[in-house]
Design a protein around this ligand. Structure first.
Ligand code: SF4
Ligand code: SF4
Length: 363
């Protein structure tokens, strides 16, 4: 049987991060054909999630180093790999669909005008992310007692623990903008990434910029004023990003809205609270809730707890003080996942380990 390189490619990408599920319509194959030439597909199949030098890719593919380097650089320009230069040597790792080549389309100097429509058709008709992805953290102003917030649930504490902080335009908002579908008016420059996930786009693709902790804290403040949802990625060893997500633009939130129980899929340690005595049935919280967890049945408030992602937007919207978010009981608090259980964003710790030679840190 003739080798179907694009099917092989999809199956490989499906093993990474959120995967690339088969839609039944072949839309994902159309995306891959658009993104990868056949030789690029072969090189991708020789890569892994680990950073590898060009010579290793050349050895695995039987290409000369010069040829492998040429193809890998072209793949880098199309966002298909994670690139990294360490002590003058170039390294590459296979980029998943997300976080990976979907986000990297933002970096392209030669964007493909056909790709956003193909991706949007796939995202809205057949894509099913495979892993738990991000954790939602409520807007701090809305928490009943800031002092009791667990450190891993405090965006400001996370930022204060970092010294390599990058600020980027939101890839989801950019994707919708290219399709003429972005309706919101807030600044799209609200995505914060740390460590490896800040280094490679800024240093290798010239996208985004390094910012100080103070600037990052200002971005968080702005995001909260704008009603954006904090979502944090990373495992127990390292937080990789603080996404400030617009409920209308974020690819993950748009997908979750379609599910019956988004609160079970997305990790959050908060659950909705409500004081019926104070409620005037104005409907403001119902309107703002990104997950449609709230509805009014006449004057009676109905809360579908399984739909709630604990974002806190309903609390900001309620001017009558009837809504709160409450910390879940001890037994169900979710801590950041162990590395074995978290497969969404490969940890910066692991990327750095790839570059260590004989115990020497080569970052
Ligand atoms: S009810 Fe809706 S707006 Fe309120 S915290 Fe839950 S998901 Fe957010
Ligand atoms: S915003 Fe507050 S007052 Fe209005 S319906 Fe919601 S809980 Fe009731």
């Amino acid at each position: 049987m003739e080798r179907d390189i694009y099917q092989e490619l999809r199956e490989r990408i499906d093993q990474y991060s959120v995967g690339m599920s088969a839609s039944g319509s072949g839309k994902e194959i159309a995306i891959l054909r658009r993104l990868f030439s056949e030789e690029e597909a072969l090189v991708y199949l020789a890569l892994s999630r680990r950073l590898e030098p060009v010579r290793s890719v050349a050895a695995k593919t039987g290409m000369s180093e010069k040829e492998a380097a040429r193809i890998l650089e072209r793949m880098k320009e199309k966002g298909l790999v994670f690139p990294k230069t360490s002590r003058g040597e170039k390294y590459y790792a296979a980029a998943p669909f997300m976080h990976g080549f979907f986000e990297h389309q933002l970096y392209r100097k030669d964007p493909d005008p056909e790709l956003p429509r193909l991706i949007e058709d796939y995202l809205t008709g057949g894509f099913f992310p495979r892993t738990r992805t991000l954790r939602t953290i409520p807007i701090r102003a809305e928490l009943p007692d800031h002092k009791k917030v667990l450190p891993f649930d405090d965006v400001r504490e996370i930022i204060r623990s970092k010294d390599r902080i990058g600020l980027f335009e939101c890839a989801c908002g950019h994707h919708l903008k290219t399709l003429g579908l972005r309706r919101c008016t807030h600044s799209g420059e609200v995505c914060i990434a740390f460590d490896f996930y800040a280094e490679y786009p800024i240093e290798e693709a010239g996208v985004g910029r390094w910012i100080s902790q103070a600037e990052a804290l200002n971005v968080v403040e702005y995001a909260e004023e704008q009603g954006l949802v904090h979502q944090v990625g990373g495992d127990a060893r390292n937080v990789e990003c603080v996404c400030n997500c617009c409920p209308d633009c974020c690819t993950i939130l748009r997908f979750l809205k379609l599910l019956p129980n988004p609160g079970r899929v997305l990790s959050s340690n908060y659950t909705p609270g409500f004081d019926g005595e104070k409620c005037t049935a104005c409907g403001a919280c119902v309107k703002i809730c990104p997950m449609k967890a709230l509805r009014l049945d006449g004057e009676t408030m109905v809360t579908e707890t399984e739909r709630c992602i604990g974002c806190g937007l309903c609390v900001s919207a309620c001017t009558h003080g009837a809504r709160t978010v409450l910390l879940k009981p001890d037994g169900v608090i979710r801590r950041p996942p162990s590395p074995e259980k978290y497969t969404f964003m490969r940890s910066s710790v692991d990327f750095w380990a790839d570059l260590a030679v004989d115990g020497t840190d080569r970052r």
